[in-house]
Design a protein around this ligand. Structure first.
Ligand code: NAD
Length: 501
């Protein structure tokens, strides 16, 4: 039974649920609305399987209303027509409201997707607020350009909002993923229709309400919960959506490009999966920190992170020692009650994800990898979906557990004999999101960092991250970049105006 602080969060959760305070209705034209067909789906907590609320099941008709509302809001200039400094003030208030509602948002996030409350409070809410605040701060400091033309002509190169942005986001960081789309898209003056994941729709809906409260005009942000093949497909195919910001799996990212091709060639920005390599050389003088870092990063968020360093590449000479150090970390990551503030590993998002992760663990055994830690379901008696921190040694890069994104707390250890093999193995992946190289030689660190095909390479660390730097991948990890000023490029078009003078 929960004690102390866990009891306080449990009581708060009980009150929220029992009093029916969780609102699963959509947000269209500034109103909380049922689905047009009045259908709902159940939103259950992966912590214990408990029903949180019915959620509006959006379909084509709901998307049509939301896109129509966003289009009207865009065309009449109620937002795009405001001066950047005015948009900035509204978005700053939005960020402040996120901070003011941090306990409520963190609790919803934890109940909805199972991550530990200490992370929802300490990572997700602050990151979402900082993202919105950062784009608010930036937008009145971005200047347009004048081209270097001849005497009798002036050519202005201006950024204009693209219009209506469709944002489709995954369940693993529901609030942060929504904020990474909303921050730059709204700051640039667009209207947005946001489709959160059916597995974790609650905080996106609440964010929509807070944006309204902050003064965002009605219709500028609409949130339509629903399934991928229903609301998601309708949004991605919609003829009146100008750009799609998608974060999710590579499988669905492929479909996004098809949808654009079949409809209006809307711009598609894909932020997709990963199988990031964490490369440890025998000349590293930071092996203990490297072991702590790889464990902390692969087990963070239950392994449900696109940039999880799920392939540990380690030089054969230090491999036994290094794996030993990693194994010494695993007791720190045992799954426990996500509502207990001391918990660092929570529940997987749902039963399907649990089955997927256990399926990969079985595949690892079958392919001959050695499971040296975990590999089991945990806390089944709670009715929730937990897996122990798992490490497979003796993995080959062509095994399923090294090739495919597991999206669970499973680390695959692959040994290499020299630098060339390390680089080749790291790059032998259809993904290219992130990578990490550990070496005490500056020449090797730079050489390998340069050779690794990834959107982000970390040297002698993995956890630095900030809204100021772009986030995205190469190869089948996607083509877009979230965060930083570069994200504004996705949600703006360049327009040239020639003037004879
Ligand atoms: P997913 O692709 O199954 O779903 C993502 C979103 O797309 C959801 O909202 C879903 O409802 C919707 N969707 C599903 N099928 C659709 C369809 N046919 N048409 C339109 N919409 C559809 O991904 P997921 O399981 O929610 O999320 C996990 C994936 O997200 C992982 O692959 C992870 O690596 C990736 N991810 C990437 C980043 C990044 O920045 N690169 C960040 C977080 C997560």
């Amino acid at each position: 039974p929960p004690t102390g602080q866990a009891l306080i969060w449990r009581d708060r959760a009980n009150a929220l649920i029992a009093e029916g305070l969780i609102d699963g209705r959509g947000l269209v034209e500034g109103q909380r609305v049922k689905a047009v067909a009045e259908e709902t789906f159940e939103c259950r907590s992966p912590i214990d399987g408990r029903l949180l609320t019915p959620v509006a099941r959006g379909r084509q008709a709901d998307i049509d209303l939301a896109v129509g509302s966003a289009r009207r809001a865009f065309d009449d200039g109620r937002w795009a027509g405001q001066a950047p400094a005015a948009r900035k003030r509204v978005l700053q208030r939005f960020a402040e409201l996120i901070v003011q509602h941090k306990d409520e948002l963190a609790l919803l996030e934890t109940l909805d997707m199972g991550k530990p409350i200490q992370h929802s409070l300490g990572v997700d809410v602050p990151a979402a607020a900082r993202c919105i605040a950062w784009y608010a701060e930036a937008i009145d400091k971005v200047y347009d350009e004048i081209a270097p033309t001849g005497r009798n002509a002036l050519a202005l190169i201006q950024r204009e909002p693209v219009g209506v942005v469709g944002a489709i986001v995954p369940w693993n960081y529901p609030m942060i993923m929504a904020a990474w789309k909303l921050g730059p898209a709204l700051a640039a003056g667009n209207s947005v229709v946001l489709k959160p994941s059916e597995k974790s729709p609650l905080t996106a809906l609440r964010l929509g309400e807070l944006a309204l409260k902050a003064g965002l005009p009605e219709g500028v942000l609409n949130v339509v919960p629903g399934f991928g093949m229903e609301a998601g497909e309708a949004l991605a195919l919609h003829l009146d959506v100008d750009a799609l910001g998608f974060t999710g799996s590579t499988r669905v990212g492929r479909k996004m490009l098809e949808y654009a091709g079949r409809s209006n060639l809307k711009r598609v920005f894909n932020e997709l999966g990963g199988k990031s390599a964490f490369v440890v050389f025998d000349d590293s003088d930071a092996l203990e920190r490297a072991a702590q870092t790889v464990a902390g990063s692969i087990f963070f968020n239950q392994g449900e992170s696109c940039n999880a360093p799920s392939r540990l590449l380690v030089h054969e000479r230090i491999a036994d020692d290094f794996v030993g150090r990693v194994l010494a970390q695993t007791p720190n990551y045992q799954p426990a009650d996500p509502l207990d503030p001391s918990t660092v590993m929570g529940a997987l998002v749902d039963e399907a994800q649990l089955r997927t992760v256990l399926g990969y663990i079985e595949a690892g055994h079958k392919e001959g990898a050695r499971c040296v830690a975990g590999g089991t379901q945990a806390r089944a008696e709670t009715g929730g979906f937990y897996v122990t921190p798992t490490v497979f040694d003796g993995v080959r890069n062509d095994m399923l557990i090294a090739k495919e994104e597991i999206f669970g707390p499973v680390l695959s250890v692959i040994r290499f004999k020299d630098e060339a093999e390390a680089v080749a193995l790291a790059n032998q992946s259809s993904y290219g999101l992130q990578a990490s190289v550990w070496s005490s030689h500056i020449d090797r660190a730079h050489r390998v960092a340069r050779a690794l095909r990834a959107g982000t390479v970390h040297v002698n660390q993995y956890d630095e991250d900030d809204i100021t730097v772009p986030f995205g991948g190469v190869k089948q990890s996607g083509n877009g970049r979230d965060k930083s000023l570069h994200a504004l490029d996705k949600y703006t078009e360049l327009k040239t105006t020639w003037i004879r003078i």
